[in-house]
Write a protein that binds this ligand. Structure first.
Ligand code: F6R
Length: 622
C-alpha cells in the first residue's frame, strides 16, 4: 500500500527521499512523487509507474537536491491506486488550488464524496480523481478561517472520516513537516539535527535508531531539531522515543535473484532462532518448559479459557488454521479461525473466558487491527503474533506479545513469516498445554523433540530447490491448478494456491481433499494439474483416495510426499519429495516445495516476483 517518507535536515534531500522510497517499494505501488521546498515555492514532481520513471524526470528537469548545510525539507510517496487509476495526475503529492500546501496520504477517506461536493459548492476546483485531494483542498479551505496551519489541520481531520496517515508541507513554513495519523501507520525517525518521517520502522532504520510512533488521532510538527506532538484537539502531548536497530542491509538480496527466493531459503535459520529462543536444547531438562518472554498470562486465567478465536488475513489466516489444529490437539480448547474482515458476526460470542489471537506479519493490516480492537472491547484476553515489534498490533497487545522474528520480509508474498507464525503458534499451544496440564508431559516432550529436528529437515528440503525447479517447470503452461490436502495440511493447500496465484497470476484453488468430489472435481481435465499433499499419518489413505478420483479424470498428478513413499511414486506423475516427518510437524516441510513451485513457475513466466501486480505488502485499508 502507499508509502510515505519525509526529511528535514541539512543533507541533500532528493537522495534521501529516493532511498526512502526504494525501501518502501516492497509495500506495492504503481506511481510515485516528491514535494520539496525549493526557493520560495513548493516543487512537486510525480510520475505513474515504477520509481525509475520519477528518477528520470528528476534527472531531466533540474530539480535541485537542496544545498548541503541549508535546511532541506520534503516528502515522498509511493501510491497504490484506490480512487482513480495509476496516472501522473492521481499520483501524490497533491496540491491545494494555490499550491501553498502539498499532501501525501496513505489510507482512505470514506466521506470523500461528501467533502468534495461541499468544497465544489464553495467554488473549489479539483484536478484528480483521488480521495487524497479532498484533504489538501479542505485544509486550504479551512486555513482561511484559522489562526495557523496546525489549527486548520485540526479542524480538517475532525471533518474527515476514514483511515489516514499524512505528510503535509506548507509553503510559508519551509523548515517544517506536519504528520497526521488516524489508523494508518506513520512513524517519526529522530536523528542529530535532522528528523525523518516514514510509513514503517524498517525504512527509518536505514537512517536513525530512535523513533516515535504517532498514535491514533495525533499530529506531529517536525523541524530538524524538534518534534512536537498534538492531539486532534490541538493539545500538546509528550512521548519518549523508542530505540530501533539501525540496519541498512535488508534490501540486499545477498546474491539471490529475488528477495522471495532469499526469504524462502532463510526459513531454516528463522525457525532455528525462534526455537532456540523459546525451547531448551534438549528434553532431558524436565523443567524445560516453553518460555515466551512477552507473554504474561496468568495460569488461573488460562485454566478458565473456554474458547480461542484467531483473527487474521491472507497467509496469516492460513497460519491461524494450522494453529487451530495444534491448539485443539494440545489444549483441548475449542478454537475457531476467522478472516478478520468477517469478524463482525461473532463479537457477541466473546466473553472474559475467551482468548483472542491476532496474527499479522506487518502488524498494520487494517482489517486485523479493526477486528482485534472490537474483540478487545469485549474484555477478552488478547495475544498478538507479529513480525513487527513497532506495529500497532504489537502496541495493542502490550503484555501478551509474540514476535515472530523472521527479519524484515521484503518480497510482497509472505513465505518466511508464514513458517515463523506457525512456529509461534506451536510454541503458544505447548505453553498453554504445559500451563493447564492438558497433555501428558511425555507427549509434549516428543513433539518438542520433533520441533527441534525441523531446522535440519527444512534445510535438507531447501537444498532440493533445483530438483523441484526441474520437476515443476513442465506444468508452467497450465492455466489452472488445484491443491488438495486434509487435516493439518488443508491450510497448506490453501496457502500453496494463494502463493501460485500471487506470484504467477495463474488461477489456483485449494480444497480440503474430501470436498473435491462435492463439486470442484467438475473443473478437472488434462489441463488442470492436481497437487496433493500426502504425508503419512491419519489423513494419508483418504488423500490418496481423493487423488485417485482426480487421476481418473485425467488431471496431471503432482504430489508432495516423503522420501521412500512407493505408493505415491507409483500413482503420481511427479512427486516433490520431502524428508520423512510426522504429520503434526509436516506443514513446515510440505509448504516448502509448494513455495518453490510458485516461485519457479512465476520466474519462468517472467513475472514481477517481489512486487506482483495489484498487490500490497501492508494492507492498510479495510
Ligand atoms: C500473501 C500475503 C497476504 C498477507 C495478508 C496479511 O502472500 O502476504 O495474504 O498475508 O495481507 O498480512 P499481514 O500478515 O501483514 O497482516
Amino acid at each position: 500500500m502507499c508509502g510515505i517518507i519525509g526529511y528535514v535536515g541539512n543533507k541533500e534531500i532528493i537522495p534521501i527521499l529516493l532511498e526512502g522510497l526504494h525501501s518502501l517499494e516492497y509495500r506495492g505501488y504503481d506511481s510515485s512523487g516528491i514535494a520539496i521546498h525549493e526557493g520560495n515555492s513548493l516543487n512537486v514532481v510525480k510520475a505513474a509507474g515504477k520509481l525509475n520513471c520519477l528518477e528520470e524526470i528528476l534527472k531531466n528537469n533540474g530539480t535541485k537536491n537542496g544545498k548541503n548545510g541549508h535546511v532541506n525539507c520534503g516528502v515522498g510517496h509511493t501510491r497504490w491506486a484506490t480512487h482513480g487509476e495509476a496516472s501522473d495526475i492521481n499520483a501524490h503529492p497533491h496540491f491545494d488550488r494555490d499550491e501553498k500546501i502539498a499532501v501525501v496520504h496513505n489510507g482512505i477517506i470514506r466521506n470523500y464524496q461528501e467533502v468534495r461536493e461541499n468544497l465544489l459548492k464553495a467554488g473549489v476546483h479539483f484536478v484528480s480523481e483521488t480521495d487524497t485531494e479532498v484533504i489538501v483542498q479542505l485544509i486550504s479551505y479551512n486555513f482561511k478561517n484559522s489562526k495557523s496551519l496546525l489549527h486548520a489541520i485540526c479542524t480538517s481531520v475532525n471533518e474527515l472520516d476514514g483511515s489516514f496517515a499524512l505528510g503535509i508541507l506548507f509553503k510559508q513554513e519551509p523548515d517544517k513537516i506536519y504528520a497526521v495519523r488516524k489508523e494508518s501507520p506513520i512513524i517519526i525517525g529522530m536523528g542529530e539535527n535532522e528528523n525523518y518521517l516514514a510509513s514503517d520502522s524498517a525504512t527509518l532504520s536505514l537512517f536513525v535508531n530512535k523513533i516515535i510512533r504517532l498514535g491514533d488521532n495525533e499530529i506531529a510538527e517536525i523541524t530538524k531539531d524538534k518534534v512536537k506532538l498534538y492531539s486532534f484537539k490541538g493539545e500538546e502531548i509528550k512521548k519518549s522515543p523508542q530505540t530501533v536497530t539501525k540496519s541498512n542491509d535488508f534490501l540486499d538480496k545477498k546474491g539471490f535473484k529475488h528477495h522471495l527466493i532469499k526469504e524462502i531459503s532463510e526459513q531454516a535459520d528463522v525457525i532455528s532462532n525462534l526455537l532456540s529462543n523459546h525451547l531448551s536444547a534438549t528434553s532431558k531438562d524436565k523443567s524445560a518448559r516453553v518460555k515466551l518472554d512477552y507473554i504474561n498470562l496468568n495460569p488461573d486465567l488460562l485454566k478458565n479459557i473456554d474458547r480461542i478465536l484467531i483473527l487474521a488475513c491472507g497467509t496469516a489466516y492460513h497460519a491461524g488454521l494450522i494453529g487451530k489444529f495444534v491448539l485443539e490437539n494440545l489444549t483441548g480448547i475449542p478454537t475457531e479461525v476467522q478472516f478478520a474482515s468477517e469478524f463482525l458476526n461473532t463479537k457477541s460470542l466473546l466473553t472474559k473466558k475467551s482468548l483472542v489471537i491476532g496474527i499479522s506479519q506487518s502488524g498494520e493490516t487494517a482489517d486485523t487491527l479493526s477486528a482485534v480492537k472490537k474483540a478487545k472491547d469485549t474484555g477478552t484476553t488478547f495475544v498478538a503474533i507479529t513480525n513487527n515489534p513497532h506495529s500497532e498490533l504489537a502496541n495493542l497487545a502490550k503484555d501478551h506479545l509474540l514476535i515472530s522474528k523472521a527479519g524484515i520480509e521484503v518480497s510482497v508474498a509472505a513465505t518466511k513469516t508464514f513458517t515463523a507464525q506457525i512456529t509461534m503458534l506451536y510454541l503458544l499451544a505447548i505453553y498453554i498445554a504445559e500451563t493447564i496440564g492438558s497433555k501428558k508431559e511425555k507427549s509434549l516432550d516428543l513433539l518438542k523433540q520433533e520441533l527441534r529436528l525441523l531446522p535440519q529437515l527444512i534445510d535438507q528440503t531447501i537444498l532440493r530447490a533445483e530438483q523441484y525447479q526441474e520437476q515443476v517447470l513442465k506444468y508452467a503452461d497450465k492455466p489452472d491448478f488445484v491443491f488438495i490436502g486434509r487435516g493439518i495440511n488443508y491450510p497448506i493447500a490453501l496457502e500453496a494456491a494463494l502463493k501460485l496465484k500471487e506470484l504467477s497470476y495463474i488461477h489456483a484453488s485449494g480444497y480440503a481433499s474430501g470436498e473435491m468430489k462435492h463439486g470442484p472435481i467438475a473443473v478437472l481435465d488434462p489441463k488442470v494439474p492436481v497437487v496433493s499433499i500426502v504425508v503419512p499419518g491419519e489423513t494419508y489413505d483418504r488423500v490418496l483416495q481423493n487423488s485417485m478420483e482426480a487421476k481418473s479424470r485425467h488431471a496431471p498428478m503432482i504430489a508432495v510426499a516423503v522420501d521412500g513413499d512407493k505408493k505415491a511414486d507409483s500413482i503420481f506423475d511427479t512427486v516433490l519429495h520431502i524428508p520423512p516427518v510426522i504429520e503434526i510437524a509436516s506443514p513446515f516441510l510440505t509448504v516448502i516445495p509448494l513455495q518453490f513451485l510458485a516461485y519457479y513457475i512465476a520466474e519462468h513466466l517472467e513475472r514481477d516476483i517481489d512486487q506482483p501486480r495489484n498487490l500490497a505488502k501492508s494492507v492498510t485499508v479495510e
